[in-house]
Ligand binder design. Structure first.
Ligand SMILES: NCc1[nH]cc(CCC(=O)O)c1CC(=O)O
Length: 312
């Protein structure tokens, strides 16, 4: 930071994004108590993804719908850092940008929210489930081919209202988001990874900077969580090997085991639930990237061109 200029944190304006940006601000002040409150400023940036409300994001295609405008502001020096849900981050960042900091990961599990059943298995035959996530759609249809999945967008509050109006029997949301927005009272059940493997990097918040901005990098170093880095590195390497994104039916979760090894599980599922490929790896955390890349390559080989054409 030079002179009197404040550090600017760029973020989307959704309640969840704002919470995450303010959490980075809070942690910056905690790590650097000498920083006055006004030295760190949260700047809201509207993205293409925020403007599109009426269509399934998956049908629009293109990566980085929620990151493009924010990265442009970062490149232009209008902001000094961008706070993102790592789940929504493309695997390839623009030249000159990097994620230098990951906050300690929140619970990566999905939450099942429903007014008529205790879990997926208890849903009535043919029940309607709402989700905007191709991954959740594919996974729930794989388990329950009789269910009907409809596209379900909007922020957390909007989705819960639609559920209460009976538009759908159930929906899924990331537990991490519900915890951050203090809406966990709406959770019917948390879904174990064995039942529904979460999205790559779900629950992880990352901070992106310009690679040449040493001052901001140093400030953020105190906030970085290496445990989160191991898991997210393996998961994102797997996603990158498949050339996937948060809009593809790909799931992955790295967990540190009691013996210190990293355990990575990964799966790809046909959007209609009709087919699934899964693999796992165990190894030292120093191999996180290689394990993820290897798992992704294997899923690619196992699936073959026809399967891949359906999911990418
Ligand atoms: N794609 C939207 C999105 N991006 C991150 C989260 C939740 C928070 C997180 O995973 O860190 C959500 C909402 C959801 O999937 O329920």
């Amino acid at each position: 930071m030079n002179g009197q200029a404040s550090m600017k944190i760029g973020t989307r304006g959704s309640p969840l994004a704002l919470w995450q940006a303010n959490e980075v601000k809070r942690r910056l002040h905690q790590a650097h108590p000498e920083l006055p409150d006004e030295a760190v400023e949260v700047v809201v940036i509207t993205t293409t993804g925020d403007r599109i409300r009426d269509r399934a994001l998956a049908s629009i295609g293109g990566k980085g719908l929620f990151t493009k405008e924010i990265e442009e502001a970062l490149a232009a020096g209008e902001i000094d850092m961008a706070v993102h849900s790592m789940k929504d981050m493309p695997t390839v960042l623009p030249d000159g940008m990097e994620i230098c900091c990951l906050l300690p990961r929140e619970d990566p599990r999905d939450a099942f929210i429903c007014n008529v059943a205790e879990g997926i298995a208890g849903l009535p035959h043919g029940a309607v489930v709402g989700t905007a996530s191709l991954r959740r759609q594919a996974q729930v249809l794989h388990r329950r081919p009789d269910l009907k999945v409809i596209t379900f967008r909007g922020n957390v509050a909007t989705r819960l209202e639609k559920l209460d109006r009976g538009e759908v029997a159930a929906t899924f949301l990331a537990n991490a988001g519900l915890i951050r927005l203090q809406r966990t009272e709406r959770i019917t059940a948390l879904i174990e990874p064995e039942e529904m493997l979460p999205a790559v990097a779900q629950g992880a918040v990352g901070v992106e900077i310009r690679s040449d901005d040493e001052a901001t990098r140093e400030r953020l170093a105190a906030l970085h969580d290496t445990e989160t880095e191991y898991a997210v590195t393996a998961e994102r390497a797997m996603l990158a090997a498949l050339d996937g994104s948060c809009r593809t039916p790909i799931a992955g979760l790295g967990l540190r085991q009691a013996d210190g090894e990293l355990w990575l599980r990964a799966e790809i599922v046909m959007p209609d639930g009709s087919d699934r490929r899964a693999t796992e790896r165990r190894g030292p955390v120093s191999d996180a990237f290689r394990m993820g890349d290897d798992a992704g390559q294997q899923l690619k080989r196992d699936a073959g061109p026809a399967f891949l054409a359906e999911i990418l």
